[in-house]
Design a protein around this ligand. Sequence first.
Ligand code: ATP
Length: 134
Amino acid sequence: MNTIAVEIVTPERVVYRGDARIVVARGVEGDLGILPNHIPMVTPLKIAPVLVKKHEGEDDKIAVSGGIMEVRRDKVTILAETAELPDEIDVDRARAAKERAERRLAENEREDIDFKRAQLALQRAMTRLDVAGK
Ligand code: ATP
């Protein structure tokens, strides 16, 4: 079968290794579907789930909080700031982070650095909740 290797690493550890029919990731310019033999490229990623589509009904979802994706014809490597698998996600912690971020967004002006920080924290929390299925 025609597959592409996938590796997701953070500064701390290898979070995920597998083989995909297609990898869906959110690049800074939009969603990307990477198939085997894709043209080589490097792109920054947004904070979003990465979907590794394997066989029918067998997909993996990984919470990725930004970083870089390097695509070669036979391999996708994601160097992420943080990344978690669904069963590694502490749902209560992500919910608390989401509430904290929403409070800060309500309290701060749009131009504030704290507002921007809260927006990113909110995206991380929502990505984790999505991947955890919550
Ligand atoms: P928090 O405010 O809860 O710390 P955060 O988005 O600021 O959330 P990060 O700075 O993105 O946290 O991550 C710090 C470390 O904690 C990373 O190793 C990340 O994988 C881990 N982490 C963060 N939130 C969770 C979570 N809800 N479940 C499991 N691990 C998490």
